[in-house]
Design a protein around this ligand. Structure first.
Ligand SMILES: *[C@@H]1O[C@H](CO)[C@@H](O)[C@H](O)[C@H]1NC(C)=O
Ligand SMILES: *[C@@H]1O[C@H](CO)[C@@H](O)[C@H](O)[C@H]1NC(C)=O
Ligand SMILES: *[C@@H]1O[C@H](CO)[C@@H](O)[C@H](O)[C@H]1NC(C)=O
Length: 509
């Protein structure tokens, strides 16, 4: 057979269209501003439909068991997307997807995804590459964006073997040469940034081999890889694990190569230190705010004036605090519901995180009041979700749903503006954002019965009626001095003009 050039060209174009990966929209920081993220651990979120083993990891205190795979998969996530969607989330953060070391260690195996063996293969415990593509597509079909967790600092551990020998490194792909790794040392001083970047995390028995991210092969391989990963699977953002363990300049081209919104993990309370990373990636997790808020809201004796200080120092230290990833819980920190049993305090913390400047992240299980008992920490704060039967009727699930619905009603200016402090004292922190007045406190279940007059500063006219979106029968009328008279009872309040809620179906309006 003979084809004309024209026909060949048409055929080639056709093949290209058929075989080309899904067109990627490459979501930017600006597009992420108004999103709300649900953080899930793939192994712990949902098992594959028809292949469930509900007993597995149903006893979260069985420590050997929960340090191994519990059976969650990509197809499991697909089957439970409505559980996430119905709570009002429009983005998920999934744990790392690459193939892990399967070696047994004294702390189990890499079910969490942070112990890579081959960065070009997909973790077979979670499904096939096509299963992962199906997950992203199914999420996009429901307008849920997908942020993938990625690691560039280290590979997975091999128990009681000395890293950086030929015999050791041959297990990894593509980093199978000794000079792809730093000479072995365990991090000994977190105040010495050189030590933090050069040496290994992990324990003496199970160090995580630390990649030489100054080695040109390692650097270019990572830039190619992140570009491939995001395009191949059509991800909308990356969450960068152990970001502070690699020199900052490495991230400039890494994040550029990804082509999407990036958010780095720097688990430190110092705004200046964490803020310096925002020059090298779009955003970071809001750790400085987190360390304050978890204490301020869980401890009725903590002094809320510290909230003002941290907000100010964040604004001075970050390029843009409005895209920081804010959270109450994650898989690395003690569960809030373990610090305190008081659900009123939990609701105050959740309200603050969902409405303060930033992109809120709610970690799986918060909605089910998981406590991470007995310690609240790793490994117990990584509970499987199936023992809850994915109930959508728990008070916390519904509470989150209400605030997320409210986030869908406010104008875009809500997400581009900075909050303005409206009231502060030892127990109360209140702020205005757009036309919303958000009042939080750390009284918890001890109702203080306080009457407060909060200055309106001209945000609302006299006579304007504000409804508490969290308790629809509570309405407040702006008084003749343009102020807001409120009764403080310990519960958070989200007050918004009734007029602006018309047609939203919030509070039946
Ligand atoms: C860990 O697993 C890799 C890959 O299966 C293997 O080559 C290596 O020998 C194992 N290491 C140990 C210490 O068992
Ligand atoms: C290292 O990986 C490369 C690329 O996959 C491969 O060609 C090479 O044979 C590997 N070297 C060793 C020592 O396994
Ligand atoms: C700082 O933030 C602004 C607003 O989000 C953004 O346009 C700008 O690119 C950021 N600058 C840097 C250096 O990241």
């Amino acid at each position: 057979m003979k084809f004309s050039t024209q026909k060949l060209f048409t055929l080639a174009t056709l093949l290209l269209v058929i075989t080309a990966p899904q067109f990627s929209l490459a979501r930017t920081a600006d597009e992420w501003r108004a999103r709300t993220i649900y953080q899930l651990l793939t192994d712990r979120f949902a098992q594959a439909p028809g292949q469930e083993n509900p007993q597995l990891c149903s006893n979260n205190q069985n420590e050997p068991e929960i340090r191994h795979y519990c059976g969650g998969t990509f197809s499991g996530i697909v089957s439970k997307l409505d559980y996430i969607k119905n709570m009002g989330f429009d983005a998920i953060w999934i744990s790392p997807v690459v193939k892990q070391m399967d070696n047994e260690t004294e702390v189990g195996v890499g079910w969490h995804g942070y112990w890579a063996q081959d960065i070009y293969q997909i973790n077979p415990h979670f499904g096939t590459p096509d299963d992962l593509k199906n997950l992203v597509k199914a999420a996009h079909d429901k307008d849920i964006w997908v942020m993938v967790d990625v690691v560039a600092n280290h590979m997975g551990p091999q128990e009681k073997k000395t890293p950086r020998t030929d015999d050791y490194v041959k297990a990894y792909n593509p980093f199978n040469k000794t000079d792809h790794y730093h000479v072995f040392c365990l991090i000994s001083n977190y105040n010495d940034q050189g030590n933090v970047e050069y040496c290994s995390i992990g324990s003496a028995d199970d160090p995580l081999p630390d990649l030489d991210t100054e080695n040109p092969f390692v650097v270019s391989e990572y830039y190619n890889w992140i570009s491939w990963l995001v395009k191949e699977f059509n991800f909308d953002a990356i969450r960068i694990d152990t970001a502070r363990h690699i020199r900052q300049e490495f991230w400039d081209d890494f994040t550029k190569s990804s082509g999407v919104f990036s958010i780095g993990e720097i688990p430190d309370g110092n705004s200046g230190f964490v803020g310096s990373y925002q020059k090298h990636m779009d955003s970071t997790l809001g750790y400085p705010l987190y360390f304050k808020l978890q204490n301020l809201y869980s401890n009725p004796n903590a002094n809320m004036y510290e909230m003002r200080d941290i907000i100010n120092s964040n604004r001075n230290s970050f390029n843009d605090t409005r895209i920081l990833g804010n959270f109450v819980d994650n898989h690395d920190q003690e569960r809030f519901a373990h610090k305190t049993q008081d659900k009123v305090l939990l609701r105050n913390a959740i309200t603050f995180v969902l409405l303060m400047d930033g992109i809120p992240i709610i970690y799986q299980g918060v909605e089910q009041d998981f406590t991470g008992a007995p310690t609240g920490n790793d490994p117990f704060n990584r509970e499987a979700l199936w023992p809850t039967s994915y109930s959508q009727t728990t008070p916390t699930y519904q509470f989150i749903t209400n605030i997320n619905a409210f986030r869908k009603v406010v104008p875009q200016s809500f997400f581009t503006s900075l909050s303005i402090e409206a009231w502060i004292d030892e127990h109360i922190y209140a702020f205005v954002k757009d036309k919303a007045l958000i009042i939080t406190s750390n009284y918890g279940g001890n109702n203080p019965n306080r009457d407060l007059v909060i200055q309106g500063n001209g945000v609302w006219p006299t006579g304007e009626v504000l409804v508490n979106v969290l308790k629809c029968d509570e309405k407040i009328t702006i008084d003749g001095s343009l102020n807001v008279p409120v009764k403080i009872d310990g519960e958070p309040k989200v007050l918004y003009p009734e007029n602006n809620l018309k047609g939203s179906r919030i509070c039946g309006l």
